[in-house]
Ligand binder design. Structure first.
Ligand code: NDP
Length: 341
């Protein structure tokens, strides 16, 4: 299959790229700068030589016509749209978060509809952020499923930074489903809704300084930042390994019967305390930077004090055997050692 993958420089997208190339697909990916383009080309010389990898520069996905040019590439059959801001280093949530998330999604769908005549399947990386309801976090009688939608709106973007991010993902995913309903394009849609994603960094652009948001806390732990207190796990302890998220995208790209589905991908809950225990057990060399065994904190909410969730539909649709926390954190720490932690 000839696939367009947006945001190829990202944590999740780098694993999508790796898996797509390993399965002999042909990939066109987009990044924002020439340096990122070159780093990806340098990482896959064989795929480049075989004309199975090309990288285009799309500098600003907030522009609705940003993807028009890359959609001129002939023969694209599927699109994985992962690019969207996931960080908290912004000052204006509307222009720096909502616009790239929503216009990026609407813009790519418009471009595919107008120019991508062979595209049959579009997979959009959404998030558990588009499923959750902040008012139900502590309510065990409330069950989140693939059918749940975050009720927050653009009015909430100044409430807090996490809320603004969650709104960006919700509006972007809604825009995607609305587009398909309204325009009845030749392609169908699958969305992937992962909670917090951990796992090894394979992207050649990652450094300890610019580590992706969801792995940031592990870097902090390994640098000694949790020595005196293990931070609260927070109200949303669901997680998933990055390789499984990428696998969900690749499966979603190829399985006809997944058209129209939202995939809520998670093996379950983690806690900061479990993460500390895993690192302590597997990496004695970090002993001096870890909290002593007597240090408190890092528990996750008790089942009786947190929301419920049911992902049985996704589990059945995907048939993925989820990677466990021990392996995910272990492989992440190994990959960070390669970055000089
Ligand atoms: P990264 O920050 O590593 O990747 C984000 C990607 O989007 C990068 O390629 C980045 O480009 C690109 N991007 C961000 N903002 C813009 C912008 N304004 N214009 C153009 N490109 C932009 O994070 P992840 O890999 O974790 O995130 C990928 C997707 O997965 C996102 O849609 C995110 O919302 C979603 N997600 C992530 C979860 C997680 O825990 N990691 C959980 C649930 C969903 P550049 O490299 O140039 O910055």
């Amino acid at each position: 299959t000839k696939v367009l993958l947006t945001g190829g420089s990202g944590f999740i997208a780098a694993h999508c790229l790796e898996q797509l190339l390993a399965k002999n697909h042909t990939v066109v990916t987009t990044v924002r700068t020439d340096a990122k383009r070159q780093a990806i080309l340098d990482a896959y010389p064989d795929a480049v030589a075989a004309s199975r990898l090309d990288v285009h520069i799309v500098p600003d996905i907030a522009q609705l016509d940003a993807f028009n040019q890359v959609l001129q590439v002939p023969g694209l059959q599927a699109v994985l749209h992962t690019a969207s801001p996931f960080h908290f280093h912004w000052s204006d949530p509307q222009t720096e978060l909502i616009d790239p998330a929503v216009n990026g999604t609407t813009g790519i769908l418009q471009a595919i509809h107008a120019h991508g005549k062979d595209v049959r399947r579009v997979v959009v990386t959404s998030s558990f952020a588009a499923i959750l309801d902040e008012t139900k976090f502590a309510d065990p009688t409330h069950t989140f499923t693939e059918a749940s939608w975050n009720p927050s709106t653009v009015e909430n973007i100044h409430d807090s930074k996490p809320t603004a991010y969650r709104v960006s993902k919700t509006l972007a995913e809604r825009a995607a489903w609305d587009f398909v309903d309204r325009e009845k394009p030749a392609f169908d849609l699958v969305t992937v809704c992962p909670p917090l994603v951990f796992g090894p960094v394979v992207h050649h652009l990652a450094t300890l300084e610019n580590i992706n948001t969801s792995n940031e806390r592990i870097v902090t732990l390994l640098k000694g930042g949790w020595k005196d207190k293990i931070p609260d796990t927070g109200a949303v302890p669901l997680w998933v390994d990055v390789r499984d998220v990428a696998r969900a995208h690749v499966v979603a790209m190829g399985k006809k019967e997944l058209g129209g589905q939202r995939l809520f991908t998670t093996p379950g809950c983690m806690s900061h305390r479990e993460i500390v225990d895993i690192v302590r057990r597997k990496f004695p060399e970090f002993k001096d930077r870890l909290p002593a065994e007597s240090v408190q904190g890092g528990e996750r909410p008790k089942d009786s004090e947190m929301f419920s969730y049911d992902v049985s539909k996704t589990d059945k649709l995907l048939g993925i055997e989820w990677i466990g926390l021990e392996k995910s954190i272990g492989d992440l720490v190994e990959s960070l050692k390669g970055k000089g932690i």
